[in-house]
Design a protein around this ligand. Structure first.
Ligand code: LMR
Length: 394
């Protein structure tokens, strides 16, 4: 049966991490997958998560199933985190607990494919390598809109707004809530308001991938975009991930929040989302979401977590500054100052395919094709090696 199968290509992001692990070069650096590393190159369990986990385990009485849509307490906590306290849109919102942010996106894809007819999902060019595959696997047509000005290394807001103005009514627009992956370039609050106006006016359905809340400018600041969409009265889908901001990568903690035109419509949508969840994975894993609930529901733990999140964010911003300074010291001719203006874990470095390949083959530096680097993978121990290598290939 399986003999005729050819080898499938490795995943463009996870595949690099696998190759990195088997690389024997002692100087190797992994700047591929979006996993936070601290100044010593570790990805530690956050102290707030450790305490919450101990409490969850001590209080646990059963391993019985959660309901298909997951914990209602978790759903309420997620809605409050993304919308803030008392946002009008929360009244017309439901949340389904999902296995990670990817699980939430796939749930949205299956739901849209089954119930919204012949519509496309429009995504930025470029976008996270897994986005087109998730929606194509769900049977949806994928199209792209202009987003990035490669020459200036910035968001091309005019191109974005013009493209949104051409997307047919009822189609789905995938937006990155903050920390755009892979470019690190986000719309300003004013541009978000314009996006929301166009989306509401044209009857587009925004699907916000919100995987990095708190990694850009802060928990509230990073939510301005999706709140602007809610303020404009849009119906909306939000895929949250708590892999990065709680460091709960392997617990697979995510959520899909659907904001309908009114509460009844949201409840009807929930009945269909439950079928999509049931036929995919039946019901969600409990442990990671229980940790998130424990932290968000306890003021002391929440303060501690917000402090730890700020520490991660601030370290990344410091690394951005050092990286630009050290590249300058290495005499790299190009102006890399745009790296300091990007937000989140990633920087679209401007390195081309050939340079990325030479960095991997000759220096054991692993970067995603397209030139995306995970800034959090740089430490005082490897920064000079990295900058010298970039200088050598530039
Ligand atoms: C990334 O873009 O590196 C992360 O979102 C991890 C992943 O699943 O690809």
């Amino acid at each position: 049966m399986f003999q005729q199968l050819e080898m499938a290509p490795a995943d463009p992001i996870m595949g690099l991490s696998a190759a990195f692990k088997s690389d024997a070069n002692p100087n190797k650096i992994n700047l591929s997958v979006g996993v936070y590393q601290d100044a010593s190159g570790q990805t530690p369990v956050l102290a707030s998560v450790q305490t919450a986990q101990e409490r969850v385990l001590a209080a646990e009485k059963t391993k019985s199933y959660l309901s298909i849509e997951g914990s209602s307490e978790y759903g309420a906590a997620v809605r409050e985190l993304i919308l803030g306290v008392g946002h009008e849109a929360a009244e017309r919102a439901i949340t389904v607990q999902s296995p990670g942010g990817t699980g939430a996106l796939r749930l949205a894809g299956d739901f849209l494919a089954q119930h919204l007819g012949d519509r496309s999902v429009w995504m930025s060019e470029p976008t996270w390598a897994n986005h087109p595959k998730i929606f194509a696997s769900a049977g949806l047509r994928v199209e792209t809109y202009g987003y990035f000005d490669a020459r200036a290394n910035t968001l091309d807001a005019d191109a974005l707004l013009a493209a949104l103005g051409q997307i047919p009514s009822g189609h789905v627009v995938l937006l990155h809530g903050c920390c755009h992956n892979p470019t690190g370039c986000d719309p300003s609050p004013a541009t978000w308001r314009q996006i929301a106006e166009v989306a509401a006016e044209r009857g587009l359905l925004p699907l916000v991938d919100f995987a990095y809340q708190g990694f850009g400018d802060g928990l509230r600041e990073d939510a301005v975009g999706l709140r602007a969409l809610g303020d404009a009265g849009c119906e909306l889908l939000v895929a949250s991930s708590f892999s990065k901001n709680f460091g709960l990568y392997n617990e697979r903690v995510g959520a899909l929040t659907l904001i309908g035109a009114d509460a009844e419509a949201a409840l009807r949508a929930l009945s269909h989302l439950k079928i999509a969840a049931r036929t995919n994975y039946s019901n969600p894993p409990a442990h990671g979401a229980a940790i998130v609930c424990e932290i968000l529901g306890d003021s002391m733990l929440r303060r501690q977590w917000e402090g730890e999140l700020a520490e991660m964010r601030e370290r990344i911003n410091r690394v951005r500054q050092r990286l630009v300074a050290r590249l300058g010291e290495q005499g790299v001719g190009r102006d890399f100052s745009f790296i300091e203006r990007q937000r989140g874990m990633f920087s679209f470095s401007g390195l081309n395919a050939e340079q990325v390949e030479v960095l991997r083959e000759q220096y054991a530096i692993y970067i995603v094709a397209g030139g995306r680097i995970n800034v959090a993978g740089l430490t005082e121990d490897n920064l000079d090696y990295f900058c010298k290598a970039v200088a050598a290939v530039s």
